[in-house]
Ligand binder design. Structure first.
Ligand SMILES: Nc1ncnc2c1ncn2[C@@H]1O[C@H](COP(=O)(O)OP(=O)(O)OP(=O)(O)O)[C@@H](O)[C@H]1O
Length: 726
């Protein structure tokens, strides 16, 4: 189908043609002829990079131009939300306003009312639904990207509930990878279904075993015995490769090892470009290994890296500066980063149940990354058989079908929060209505029976009544209580709220950071660290030393909670170091964690600390305790001691710059307002741009002499990811 033949607004066609796209891919054409442009729901299950995004753009913009209202585009990851936001902004030339929202779960985000396309993570949109902002009624279309994540254990329930809420209220477009039961999903959503394995770039798949590469069509190629030769060969042919492994350690180890082999193949200008890239990366124990690998054109990519490094790596790979990336599977789920050759070194990963096979669906998603449209005629996806039987791998992952999708609504933690939200935020007023709602879910559709879900829901309702989240009147109607409403809006697990509530009496008597941080770390919403065997004794000693500050008693060695408790002590200690201004690098080294881990812990702790303060307000708070908690929250957010709290509220002043200013004698806003520009410029990390920002914020006019200083100030300051830390 030609773009010109599309039954949509001419202006839409023009923008598509301006992108250099004249014809639609077959599954795209099929999708657009399915009735979706007339308002029907659609499930589109086609491979990665076969043009799902373009289809959804056409549907969204066409609907908005025709009918007005809003379209919401749901993605699983923050990074993806940013990526889609950047892509969709192109439509602003047609007057379609685009916004992205991912953070802060306790907000109505009324500002979004001005926008037409809203890109959000599923969690964020779920929290918005709970706050019911005025604009929510205007949502006429929901696009659920990666809808197969309904089957993900910890996050599936959120997406399923959103769709259950929106079904019948808005048109639904669900974009999915190829799954075993797409029909079932489409039936549930009352949607048309398009399934196709058409790809813009042909995909060859094979299994590699000790130097022999068995292609699915029966052809055989020979290589040196080690699988690394596959990556080296791709680079020799002027191409790139992605290597998927199961752990961070393997990603790092393989990157360094491959680097030494690939560096020999690089030209001088390529090596210079890599040097330049390396010079942009901050120093810490994780990036030390990264820099080593980058010297030979290889990078690793995993959740332990900071956001700046990840973006840098992704961009440099797209530009061809980096030749090979070794990655944990997070990359395959998240980003549009194709390569000529995908090598899957591991098909097993370690979970709570020991080593388990990675699902076919995930391996096929990884394989789908092979082949760069516009650059490659074919892409190659190769699974490495190390101890496994190569025929078995071929049968399972290459010729086999992906798994069926199963509802994860019954996952207790997720379900607890969802049941509470139905009662406190969505007007479900008795058990019958609760069951009525649950009957609309994918779970009910799939099982044709909600008996076990009802059973679980009953348990949860008892828990909610017993702990005063809700009450029940004589006619068995639910009465939402303030604790329930607030818990749901704060988007925390009711169990987290219960832990906070139970700790308040002890906390009031002895508010202190260690006790509070251990409390936060003990909640199911926190990404608590593990204490390794080697560290256990140290953390036990610390717990005993600070026992008087804890709000629980230290569990016994035999207690099943013992190991978890030591992890909580470790997490609390990391947070203590953070608010006492221990430099990040020292934290990474001391606790053996990566920058990405620290970032995640801080992000979650910030949200939980905020929630703790908000919940405490409901229980006749003592003024001094409330002030203490609020100030501790700010210290946690900024990673500073109390005396810096005034300075870190200033623009571009994070923990490092605030400390430098303080030590140089600039301790308050007034000190800065009265300061001479040249004196401020003497302070470590403070450049003219920062001073300009400060003065502007404080309403001070920049003196003329500052212009001179601007010329002299050649030092490069600011502009990195860790900007907010500075
Ligand atoms: N009909 C087409 N003709 C040529 N190029 C196209 C066409 N449709 C999409 N593309 C291009 O193909 C690339 C991948 O498309 P898109 O991002 O829509 O795929 P996707 O299926 O959404 O990918 P992912 O599964 O990674 O989200 C983009 O660069 C896009 O511009």
């Amino acid at each position: 189908m030609k773009v010109d033949e599309l039954p949509v607004d001419e202006r839409i066609k023009k923008i598509i043609r301006d992108r250099g796209i004249e014809g639609l891919y077959p599954p795209q054409a099929e999708a657009l002829k399915s009735g979706v442009l007339e308002g029907k729901n659609l499930v589109l299950a086609i491979p990665t990079a076969s043009g799902k995004t373009l289809v959804s753009e056409i549907i969204m913009v066409n609907k908005l131009l025709k009918e007005g209202g809003k379209a919401v585009y749901l993605v699983p990851l923050k990074a993806l939300a940013e990526e889609k936001y950047r892509e969709f902004r192109e439509w602003e030339s047609l007057g379609v306003r685009v916004a992205v929202t991912t953070g802060d779960y306790d907000s109505t985000d009324e500002w979004l009312g001005k926008y037409d396309i809203i890109v959000a993570t599923a969690e964020k949109f779920d929290s918005l639904l709970r706050h019911s902002p005025r604009w929510i009624k205007e949502v006429k279309l929901v696009v659920a990207d990666e809808v197969h994540l309904i089957g993900s254990y910890d996050r599936g329930a959120t997406l399923e509930m959103i769709l259950s809420h929106m079904l019948g209220r808005a048109q639904i477009l669900a974009l999915s990878a190829t799954i075993g039961n797409a029909e079932e999903l489409a039936e549930w959503l009352d949607a048309e279904l398009i399934v196709s394995d058409w790809r813009p770039v042909e995909l060859r798949k094979g299994v590699f075993h000790l130097g022999t590469l068995f292609w699915e069509d029966g052809k055989i190629d020979r290589y040196p015995e080690n699988w690394e030769s596959l990556a080296v060969d791709a680079v020799k042919r002027g191409k790139q490769a992605l290597v998927f492994v199961s752990t961070r350690q393997s990603a790092e180890k393989e990157a360094v090892s491959l680097s030494s082999k690939i560096s020999r193949l690089l030209t001088k200008p390529e090596l210079r470009e890599l040097e330049q890239l390396i010079s942009q990366i901050e120093d810490n124990p994780t990036t030390e290994k990264l820099k080593m690998a980058l010297k030979g054109g290889v990078a690793f990519h995993h959740a332990g890296l900071g956001r700046a490094e990840r973006t840098l790596i992704e961009d440099a790979f797209r530009e061809g500066i980096i030749k090979v990336i070794t990655a944990t599977p997070t990359l395959s789920a998240g980003l549009n980063l194709p390569a000529f050759r995908v090598i899957i070194r591991d098909t097993k990963r370690y979970t709570d149940f020991g080593w388990t096979d990675i699902p076919v669906l995930e391996i096929q998603q990884m394989m789908g990354r092979a082949g760069r449209p516009k650059y490659d005629k074919v892409g190659e996806a190769i699974i490495v058989a190390r101890t496994e039987d190569p025929k078995g791998l071929l049968g399972k992952y290459i010729q086999g079908k992906p798994e069926k999708l199963f509802s994860m609504l019954a996952n207790e933690q997720a379900f607890r929060g969802q049941v509470l939200a139905l009662i406190t935020n969505f007007g479900v007023s008795n058990f019958r209505e609760l069951i009525g709602f649950l009957e609309r879910t994918f779970y009910a559709h799939q099982r044709k029976d909600t008996a076990s879900l009802e059973y679980k829901a009953k348990d949860i309702v008892y828990f909610l009544i017993e702990n005063e989240f809700i009450d029940i009147d004589l006619e068995n109607n639910f009465i939402p209580l303030p604790l329930g409403k607030r818990t749901s809006q704060l988007y925390i697990d009711p169990l987290t709220a219960k832990k906070f509530k139970d700790a308040f009496p002890a906390l009031e008597k002895n508010p202190n950071p260690f006790g509070i941080f251990q409390l936060i770390a003990s909640t199911p919403d926190m990404a608590t660290l593990n204490a390794s065997r080697r560290e256990m004794e140290d953390y036990l000693d610390l717990a005993y030393e600070l026992e008087g500050n804890l709000y629980i008693s230290i569990p016994d060695y035999e207690d099943p909670r013992f190991q978890g408790f030591l992890g909580q002590v470790k997490t609390a200690k990391v947070l203590l170091d953070w608010i006492n201004e221990v430099p990040e690098v020292r934290i990474y080294e001391t606790y053996n964690i990566d920058p990405g881990d620290l970032y995640r812990i801080l992000e979650l702790a910030d949200w939980l600390m905020y929630s703790l303060v908000e919940l405490y307000r409901l229980f006749e708070p003592k003024e001094d305790v409330l002030n203490y908690l609020s100030s501790l929250h700010l210290r946690l957010r900024h990673g500073v001691r109390e005396e810096l709290l005034e300075l870190v509220t200033l623009p571009n002043i994070g923990r490092k710059r605030a400390r430098a200013l303080y030590n140089a004698g600039f301790r308050t806003r007034e000190d800065i307002m009265r300061a001479k520009v040249k004196d401020l410029l003497e302070v470590e990390g403070i450049g003219i741009k920062i001073v300009e920002g400060l003065f502007k914020h404080l309403g001070v006019e920049m003196p003329g002499e500052a212009k001179e200083a601007e010329k002299k100030d050649g030092r490069k300051k600011g502009g990195t990811l860790d900007e907010f830390l500075k």
